[in-house]
Design a binder for this molecule. Structure first.
Ligand code: 5AD
Ligand code: SF4
Length: 460
């Protein structure tokens, strides 16, 4: 169901907190771990905090309300979140009224909520991502009832409209088009922590994009766990086309596509709007072994995957293609891993995001026998990175001497000079030195040096 927050009780909690903290200069600090979806959620948490009367700070030690927006995709991400949360125990001693909240995917895992309840007494509340709109209610409750609350186990997943966003960037915007995932890839915790797929109305997405472009945003990324299964009165390809047709000078990106349903219609739109839609396609392969893909419940095989890559390249020959690979899925043999390596050699991805398989409690793969020893994962990962590094370097070498349009993201002082970081439409990281302020602008630069991970350029 699509619900507008303005017609729910949340508004009452917002004004309630506002009255309670009025005139006290209270500050909120939101710390984000994990993916772009979490970045987008944090922008909403900040907006709700501001609506309730909090100022914003990047320093947790100055804050009266600390929110850690966590990631559960791999064990490593969870440990990082717990270590960050652990640090706040000392703050609470000095500031007993401090509210420490845990949001994000970890907050939806029952065993994590249990362990926080038992061992992290300084945490005031946890709130799973699908119930983010209840954030003002929990802040209100924390202030008025001085009681710890743990909200998880949601089974009614709605699309909530009407929460604003305090965006981190003034030129790049994330726009969620759908939430949740129905795929249950056997290794993945996401469907358990983010619930079932639900799509925003196309009119809401288009209106948000139109407003962003009018405000001067130069890059919009449409976000979803699996954008190709977007379902409303439009298909994802139709929605992408509708956004691409909004007048204005901006770049449109989308992620993530699932290879099982990256449709011909999507690839047609991708090829037809090259002036607007960035020539960059992220298509997670996960493994190059058909046997492992089956065990992963990915529901495509390598032949289908390769056919899709061919179609993407036929539509946009110079598109940058990137992928995700999991190394050491349970039962992965040397032969399976070699199959992955041979696909990397064959497709020659611009970039590979590779992850050692991490056991996630509650998923099917966690119960599989033949878990791969950590040393084997490590060895395979090193080989993969070596080979891919060479491929990425060769891909980037092709940019040498070319003039490309980039969008400028940030600046840093290095040896008394301003060095800018920017991205090409193909999402390659480019550095260049300049005097004037270029942040948030499109400019043309000439590539003068290339490496596997970034490039050096000069303004033309
Ligand atoms: N272990 C390692 N990597 C994982 N991913 C998802 N779940 C796991 C896991 N349990 C990776 C996949 C996915 C990316 C976002 O994270 O490659 O595409
Ligand atoms: Fe996880 Fe698979 Fe859903 Fe992606 S498509 S979020 S890997 S279950």
């Amino acid at each position: 169901m699509n619900v507008n927050i303005s017609s729910t009780a949340a508004g009452g909690f917002v004004s309630g907190v506002k009255a309670l903290i009025s005139g006290q200069n209270k500050l909120a600090c939101v710390i984000t771990l994990g993916c772009q979806q979490n970045e987008a959620d944090s922008e909403k948490i900040r907006a709700m905090a501001v609506d309730m009367g909090y100022g914003l700070t990047d320093s947790p030690e100055c804050a009266d309300l600390i929110v850690v927006n966590t990631c559960a995709i791999r064990r490593h991400a969870e440990l990082k979140a717990l270590s960050i949360v652990g640090n706040f125990k000392a703050y609470k001693k000095d500031k007993p009224e401090l509210i420490v909240a845990i949001c994000g995917c970890m907050a939806a895992e029952p065993h994590v909520a249990e362990s926080i309840k038992k061992s992290y007494h300084h945490v005031t509340f946890t709130l799973e991502p699908s119930m983010l709109h209840r954030f003002p209610e929990l802040v209100h409750r924390s202030i008025t009832e001085h009681r710890r609350t743990f909200v998880f186990g949601n089974e009614e997943w709605d699309v909530i409209e009407g929460i604003g966003s305090v965006r981190t960037s003034s030129h790049k915007a994330w726009v969620s088009i759908m939430y949740g995932c129905n795929n249950f890839c056997s290794y993945c915790i996401v469907p358990y922590v983010r619930g079932r797929e639900r799509s925003r109305n196309s009119a809401d997405v288009i209106a948000e994009c139109r407003a962003l472009i009018e405000q001067g945003y130069k890059e919009i990324t449409l976000l979803g766990q699996n954008v190709n299964s977007y379902k409303s009165d439009m298909t994802f390809a139709e929605l992408l086309e509708a956004v691409a047709r909004i007048p204005g000078d901006f770049v449109l990106r989308f992620m993530t596509s699932h290879p099982k349903d990256a449709s011909d219609e999507l690839i047609r739109v991708f090829g037809q709007y090259t002036g607007k839609i960035a020539p960059a396609f992220h298509l997670p392969l996960q493994s190059g072994s058909d046997r492992i893909l089956k065990e992963m419940n990915r529901t495509y095989d390598t032949a289908k995957y390769l056919a899709t890559i061919d179609k993407i390249r036929a539509a946009v020959p110079d598109a940058a293609i990137t992928t995700d690979i999991i190394v050491g899925f349970p039962g992965e043999t040397d032969e399976d891993f070699e199959a992955t390596m041979s696909i990397l050699e064959r497709v020659r991805f611009d970039m590979v995001f590779s992850f050692n398989y991490s056991k996630r409690e509650g998923t099917r793969a966690a119960k599989m026998e033949n878990q791969v020893p950590e040393e084997v994962k490590k060895e395979r990962m090193t080989r993969l990175l070596d080979v891919q590094c060479e491929i990425s370097r060769e891909k980037n070498d092709a940019y040498l001497g070319r003039t490309v349009r980039v969008i400028v993201d940030s600046a840093e002082q290095k040896s008394g000079k301003t060095v800018y970081s920017a991205r090409t439409a193909t999402n390659k990281l480019v550095h260049f030195g300049a005097e004037s302020n270029y942040i948030g602008k499109f400019i043309d630069v000439k590539i003068i040096r290339t490496g596997a991970f970034d490039m050096l350029a000069e303004i033309v």
